[in-house]
Design a protein around this ligand. Structure first.
Ligand code: NAP
Length: 314
């Protein structure tokens, strides 16, 4: 059984920022990268909205830099997936890759969320070449071009509205004859002359050779198929927080996001902190993830300091 002071689970901006702060506080954190080292930014192209990079920065490069910065101050970054946790006692327990047992005095969860995709082979083929799951991240690359947003929730409504600031025409592909989005968001979409809603419609294929040139949409009521020219295909059918292993260990909301105390990163379990997209269904930006990563490290540091003075605290 290996004993560590601070265990950080996940290697997106939240995890690495928590690591930078925890390492600089002398807590020698151990960070496990998870199955997708670097997280969601490694599957995006250029990041242009992270403050401090006036010329933008390549997503994977940014994650390598964050890793190097975390390591510079003494973080042990390890490849591995935390496959199980047991937070029922103290110290907190975790298993890595099903075999390696760990005990930690504090745990910062930064496992992120994954965008849901439709599951079309053509969608995968054009990942980062016209298919995106984040209009705020990638919309700018499609300025002046026609695009489509798939989905009918608040995210889809928000992304479609956002894209109209950049694109002359936005198709909103809705699979039913109504939208799930809140009334106000729907109103915004319906009253926007740049948005055309395709009701009862499901994309069947993303079209193109090297990059996206269109989509084939089928009307589920009439069976009619239509090829529509677009350059960007934005999937906004929801995100799934990567919190499966924490079920039954900490409080999650009904969709699996980790519940934290308002204004902090504390979960309902003492010594366990949640940061980044795993606990954020609203903002989901690299910079907000990094911000809460910092908060998580500071919360963990204070928790450990309080325990040192008052070991019976937990
Ligand atoms: P969501 O509310 O779960 O909506 C997902 C949408 O995608 C639904 O309309 C669903 O259609 C559609 N969909 C799912 N699978 C599909 C498929 N295979 N093909 C076509 N369409 C599919 O997800 P979300 O919009 O990401 O929102 C998540 C949460 O965040 C919500 O609680 C939302 O209110 C909140 N949010 C809030 C804001 C805000 O307040 N500004 C912004 C974004 C998100 P059906 O309706 O037919 O099921």
């Amino acid at each position: 059984m290996e004993k560590v002071k601070v265990l950080i689970i996940g290697s997106g901006p939240a995890g690495y920022t928590a690591a930078i702060y925890a390492a600089r506080a002398g807590l020698t954190p151990v960070l496990y990268t998870g199955g997708q080292p670097g997280g969601q930014l490694t599957i995006t192209g250029e990041v242009e909205n992270y403050p401090g990079y006036p010329k933008g920065i390549d997503g994977p490069q940014m994650m390598m830099d964050l890793r190097a910065q975390a390591e510079r101050f003494g973080t042990q970054v390890r490849d591995g997936v935390v496959t199980k946790v047991n937070f029922s006692g103290y110290p907190l327990k975790a298993v890595v890759d099903g075999t390696h047992d760990l005990e930690a005095e504090a745990v910062v969860i930064a496992t992120g969320a994954s965008a849901k995709y439709l599951g079309l082979p053509s969608e995968q083929k054009f990942a980062n070449k016209g298919v995106s799951a984040c209009a705020v991240c990638d919309g700018f690359f499609y300025r002046g071009m026609d695009v489509a947003v798939i989905g009918a929730g608040d995210s889809a409504a928000e992304e479609a509205t956002y894209l109209t600031k950049l694109c002359p025409k936005v198709y909103l592909v809705v699979r039913r004859d109504e939208m799930r989005a809140s009334k106000i968001m729907q109103q915004r979409v319906r009253s926007n002359p740049k948005i055309e809603i395709l009701w009862n419609s499901v994309p069947e294929e993303v079209l193109g050779t090297d990059e996206v040139s269109g989509m084939r949409v089928v009307n589920t009521k009439t069976g009619e198929r239509k090829d529509i020219p677009i350059k960007g295909f934005f999937v906004a059918i929801g995100h799934q927080p990567n919190t499966e292993i924490f079920k039954g260990q900490i409080d999650l909301d009904e969709t699996g996001y980790i519940k934290v105390m308002p204004g902090s990163t504390r979960t309902n379990v003492e010594g366990v902190f949640a940061v980044g997209d795993a606990a954020d269904r609203v903002y989901r930006q690299a910079v907000t993830a990094a911000g809460t990563g910092c908060m998580g490290a500071l919360d963990a540091e204070r928790f450990l300091a309080a325990r040192e003075h008052e070991p019976a605290h937990v």
